[in-house]
Design a protein around this ligand. Sequence first.
Ligand code: NAP
Ligand code: MG
Length: 505
Amino acid sequence: MTNLGFPENYVEILPEVRAFLQSDLKLHIGGRWVPSISGETFETHDPSSGRLLARVPSAQADDVDAAVRAARATFDSGAWHLKLSPSDRGRLIWRLADLIETHAPILAQLDSLDNGKPVKKAQQVDAPLSAEHFRYYAGWPSKIEGATIPVNTPGTFNYTVREPVGVCGLIVPWNYPLLMAAWKIAPALAAGNCIILKPAEQTPLSALYLARLFEEAGFPAGVFNVLTGFGETAGAALVAHPGVDKIGFTGSASVARTILRNSADTLKRVSLELGGKSPNIIFADADLEQAVIGATWAIFGNNGQSCTAGSRLYIQRSIFDRVLTGMSDQAANIRVGMGMQTDQPDLGPVVSMEQMHTIMGYIEDGRSSGGQAVVGGQRIGGNLANGYFIEPTIFTGVQDSMKIVREEIFGPVVCAMPFDDADEVLHRANETPYGLAAGLWTRDLQTAHRFAARMQAGTIWINTWGDTDAASPFGGYKQSGHGREMGKEALDLYSEVKSVWIRVG
Ligand code: NAP
Ligand code: MG
């Protein structure tokens, strides 16, 4: 039980949210709500105020084992992928989308409290995009087809079928808690798998609430299981468990390396959506008004806590000062505040004290290596001193070789650098171990197509930034990941292809 004394300027907490936070939160395993076997719990906090929100179970290896058994039993029974028709599976996934939509105000408050993001954004962006993801994949169960293959062997018929992988462990981060879970759950469900979701320790609440919606929608027990817990315990046990067929992971490159190592013994399938240090290039011929607004929100959207944040900004030298002045004006007008305050801010806090210290460390490092924070660069105090707030920050005077330019910060910090010509900036843009996204702003069609072809990234944005759609594939080149989520490509991550040979002659 938690004493929910929120700051006075918060929007009214919905009765359902209040009741949920004050309830005895449990793991969801095999259609039942159970405490962790050890009885251990951990706290989750509101990064806007530092307040305790709730205690959730801390799943350990024995809880992971129970969840794997439950998911396995459901999978082996065929209750989901064999006994329900494709249309019925699609109908259930669609019903879940409806429930996400009708419960969007609740899910949005949970994500805003847990992550700090403005509740209006959680309700108008995160929740609808999550629902849309389920709607898109609701259409797939009836369209996942095999092929008949014209093989050379006489008197032989060969065809393929696509089958689910089995039990999928889905491990997600805290930046878009509900949406990152939806990106994985929806295609895994459509392909016929059973799921164990492990949300990030900072943001476990919406995942638990989602399990209620699965129950309300009427999914067979054991199709969707949720384990709240730490990466080093619950996450690691899921990765090592021989009963888990596949791990779908979104998070940092360093944890991804650990996951690959720990999955080696069981040789399980692993797909990875990782970070980035995405280059955003503004040419002198661009629509500068559009480019300035685009580049500002490419980095400051979601407080820079986006895997696709446009954190390396290359500006053609002749327009460098103009663009910087424009972006500085934009940044100065960004209102930072508590995610749940009545007067909704543009940005909330960063997710945790730990993350705040990491970001401030990068800012200090940028300064000590000769860069200047021409905008921002400080922690925000005053009435926000109890939370983890950082000013939107623009650095100049930095070089490609500096840590602040090379490493993912995952906070509201952009490095602005001038360039002279196209070949130079193309080389500099690609000179990174990452390859998640890249963008450019130009009116020249040739430059646009040339860069689209030659920039090494899974997503290229031209005269825009940040667009995604459930139907369009998303993922990384190089160290930004393995595999593509969204679109029909995501179904490859969650299915096996079986080739069947029959002697007919
Ligand atoms: P993280 O530390 O890598 O954590 C991600 C998830 O992995 C969490 O649930 C975490 O649990 C779990 N985990 C940690 N150690 C583990 C282990 N040994 N075995 C199994 N699971 C483990 O990342 P984060 O700090 O939460 O999120 C930020 C990162 O995610 C950034 O690098 C960002 O670029 C990336 N990201 C990528 C995308 C994309 O689509 N490409 C989208 C969003 C974010 P705990 O919560 O307990 O640590
Ligand atoms: Mg983490």
